[in-house]
Design a protein around this ligand. Structure first.
Ligand code: TYD
Ligand code: MG
Length: 446
């Protein structure tokens, strides 16, 4: 028995409604509803057998290396059999490149099926030549229909499947256009069932919409096991692969790459790289230690504070949350009496990084104060700590990991939360514990 119904569905989040709506009540997007036909299959499903938990024998999950250490790390230590990995990112950021490079390592497992809905086999071949990949285990399939892909996959029995990209794939059973939420959901779900049934790892490439979310984002993110985002800006060769969701490992893990003439190269020591162009003895620059997943990362924060020529001063924050910067500016104003109300303030995390961690608060405060006072912070000094509204500096997690990374790069002095300070001796770094922003600024400049 089957029932057909016309539905209106938000193309951003997948919210469905019986009436057309101008604004999505779920995600707030305007003019995103499109008429779609839904085929509801009301077949009786075969129920699964209940099992006693202690009777289940599960191996700890064999993992396969992609041959790219940084990619393995973001996956939680390698590819898991039957896992579905979504790689999202802007067009042109390097998604197809990294996947093709990883296939070089994955062909050790056997045949690999690369479904290319976007590029012709010749284009893929040209890229493979550029990346120096010549393998007779990589099988290209220039196909966009889901049914076609699944039937080929059943025939050739590949050990890995890559879909490039999910937005080009469509199911013949649905009337809506490729890239619509219902198509993406249908195709991703069917492919996921296939991957689970045959225990094949499946990589799905997805484009990001201009708002920074994968088209049909919530829908896709729920279906897959792991979501990796490829970040970076066009003018900068550095690319960061970030784990947003992972059923087989920790999130927020990052892998750092550099885009070169012959593909993406891994960056083994990102801290060194991000600090490599740091200007020494210049006001407004300070080093802080952020923790991305399990990896500590030294980054430079730059601030520029200038007198504003307009009635309303400008505030720009690149790589950090704008509201967080405004909050810290207010703390500086109130607690330290800095008159920042009439100043334009620009904050930048160098290297195109985006950091979403309160541990860099004292770094932002120090950079702003340094630029405002036109005082230099010593090049061997770093700081980290969360700042509260009353100006107190709060302890942060995994301080020792951060200190060790700083020691490795030869830093001599760390200004850290007082509550972290006692346990951080013995790494060859002078540790100074601070309780509030007043003390932080005092130690930095006097
Ligand atoms: P691509 O992987 O096609 O991006 P996506 O699949 O995310 O759309 O990468 C395209 C960009 O990468 C393009 O601007 C060219 C550049 N590139 C290099 O600089 N070196 C290389 O070896 C390759 C293959 C691409
Ligand atoms: Mg591509």
């Amino acid at each position: 028995m089957s029932r057909t119904k016309i539905l209106y569905q938000c193309q951003n989040c997948g919210h469905a409604s019986l009436k057309w709506l101008g604004k999505c009540p779920d995600c707030g997007e305007w003019n995103s509803f499109v008429e779609e036909e839904r085929v509801a299959k009301l077949k009786k499903q075969k129920t699964a057998e209940p099992v006693v938990l202690s009777d289940i024998s599960a191996s700890t999950g064999a993992r396969y290396s992609t041959g790219i250490k940084e990619l393995d790390r973001t996956l939680g230590g390698g590819v898991v059999k039957g896992s579905v990995v979504l790689i999202g990112g802007d067009p042109g950021i390097g998604k197809s490149t990294i996947i093709l490079q990883s296939l070089k390592g994955l062909t050790d497992l056997g045949k690999v099926l690369y479904v290319s809905g976007e590029e012709s086999p010749e284009q893929v071949k040209l890229r493979a030549e550029r990346l120096q990949i010549a393998s007779n285990s990589i099988i290209l399939l220039p196909e966009t229909s889901l049914e076609g892909i699944i039937s080929v996959a059943q025939d050739i029995n590949p050990q890995v499947i890559v879909i490039d990209s999910i937005q080009t794939i469509f199911s013949l059973e649905l009337p809506s256009a490729p890239g619509s939420v219902s198509q993406i959901r249908e195709c991703a779900t069917k492919l996921m069932f296939f991957a689970k049934k045959y225990s094949v790892p499946l990589f799905i490439i997805g484009h990001v919409t201009k708002e920074g979310a994968i088209a049909g984002p919530k829908v896709l993110e729920h279906i897959v096991d792991t979501v990796l985002y490829f970040e970076g800006d066009k003018g900068n060769p550095f690319r960061i692969l970030r784990t947003v969701k992972n059923r087989f490992g920790s999130t927020n893990e990052i892998g750092v790459f550099e885009m070169q003439e012959s593909g993406l190269k891994e960056v083994d020591n990102p801290s060194q790289l991000f600090l490599s162009e740091r200007p020494l003895n210049v006001p407004g620059s300070v080093v802080t230690v952020s923790l991305e997943g399990t990896r500590p990362l030294l980054v430079e924060i730059q601030a520029l504070v200038t007198t504003s020529n307009f009635g309303v001063p400008r505030r720009t924050a690149l790589g950090v949350d704008y509201n967080r910067v405004n909050l810290l500016i207010a703390v500086l104003d109130k607690r330290l009496g800095m008159h920042l109300g009439a100043m334009d303030i620009f904050i930048n995390i160098v290297g195109g990084l985006k950091i979403d961690e309160p541990a860099i608060d004292t770094g932002i405060i120090a950079a702003i104060a340094s630029s405002y006072k036109n005082n230099v912070i010593g090049p061997g000094t770093f700081t980290f700590g969360e700042v509260g509204l009353s100006g107190e500096v709060r302890a942060i997690s995994q301080a020792e990991t951060r200190i060790k990374e700083a020691a490795k790069l030869g830093f001599a002095k760390g200004i850290v939360p007082a509550n972290n300070a006692q346990r951080l001796e013995g790494h060859g770094i002078e540790i100074i514990g601070v309780k509030n922003v007043e003390e932080t600024i005092e130690i930095l400049f006097y």
